[in-house]
Design a protein around this ligand. Structure first.
Ligand code: NDP
Ligand code: NHF
Length: 274
């Protein structure tokens, strides 16, 4: 079984660089999917309150028998719950559904500019961190101006910014800004939600190593230093997406993948959505 490398967050907490995303995995089946991932060797699961499957994820954790400190569990605060008090309440609900005493990473799901509550929300995150109910706090779908406001008006900097990122949307500028500020970049929809799986350039690169387009994309993320959380409900793909530690893309491969940039998003634009 491969050992997944980890990245050290700015507070010293280690995050496994590869995890399983569980958006659009129904609560009724997520328990089996997460169990299959644990069996394969995954220890990092990315869920969110809005995914409606924290209960099922919690069941898989409880049934796994794995030591809690070997797992890395992320969940996220949904937009409608932003604000200081509602954040603390929503966190309690997530923790109860997951059946956990703490989560490893709690994220503000979207900057939600229209609500303009993210600074108050972040202060509640700081409280949860001080109370040791989360090992690390971060954001998702935040652009530079909102990050700068957090830096200026609060005490703790986000450890992670989880953003849409894949070969069509490599996010070079935001990745660089994150890195300059010791924020780890986590890639959501790392396979472009499935849209790049039939890309011929990725297939050609994969053929050199006996790997699939999905494996090439996951490897690209790992080599860029992203945390990557591909989603699949299919056991053979759970395994396939884990077999990415026995090859290395060369500079020509990385350049060919850089050519796939189109700037097209599969999800919402953080400056508009949320
Ligand atoms: N913070 C945020 O706002 C967001 C966070 N996310 C997070 O990112 C995770 C991943 O993003 P997501 O949008 O789900 O999409 P991904 O980019 O991970 O792609 C998932 C799709 O690719 C398919 N797939 C996965 N592996 C393979 C493979 N080896 N071969 C062929 N097909 C494959 C899956 O099919 P199948 O399942 O049928 O096997 C599914 O259709 C989410 O689950 C969630 O945790 C996602 C969106 C927004
Ligand atoms: O993580 C995500 C997937 O689900 C949500 C919608 O239901 C998205 O908004 C979000 O970005």
């Amino acid at each position: 079984m491969s050992t997944v490398p980890s990245i050290t967050l700015d507070n010293g907490v280690e995050i496994p660089q590869l995890g399983l995303g569980v958006w659009q995995v129904e609560d009724a089946i997520v328990t089996d999917v997460v169990a299959s991932a644990f069996e394969t060797g995954y220890r990092h699961i990315d869920t969110a309150a809005i995914y409606g499957n924290e209960t099922g994820v919690g069941k898989a954790i409880a049934a796994s028998g794995l030591p809690r400190d070997e797992l890395f569990i992320t969940t996220k605060l949904w937009n409608s719950e932003q604000g200081y008090d509602s954040t603390l309440k929503a966190f309690d609900t997530s923790l109860e559904k997951l059946g956990l005493e703490y989560v490893d990473l709690y994220l503000i799901h979207w900057q939600s500019l229209q609500r303009d509550l993210y600074v108050d929300t972040w202060k509640a995150f700081e409280q949860l961190y001080a109370d040791k109910r989360v090992r690390a706090i971060g954001v998702s779908n935040f652009h530079e101006p909102a990050l700068r406001r957090i830096f200026e008006e609060t005490t703790i900097r986000p450890a992670v910014n989880q953003i849409e990122l894949h070969p069509a949307l490599p996010q070079d500028e935001l990745r660089a800004f994150n890195a300059e500020n010791d924020i780890v970049t986590e890639a959501w929809s790392p396979l472009a939600s499935g849209e790049l799986l039939a890309n011929p350039a990725l297939a050609t690169i994969g053929a050199k190593y006996g790997k699939s387009a999905a494996q090439v994309m996951i490897r690209w993320h790992l080599q860029l230093g992203n945390v990557v959380i591909p989603k699949t409900v299919t056991p053979s793909r759970i395994q396939e997406n884990f077999e990415v530690f026995d090859f290395r893309l060369d500079n020509d491969d990385m350049a060919a993948i850089a050519d796939l940039e189109t700037g097209v998003r599969t999800g919402g634009d953080p400056d508009v959505f949320g």
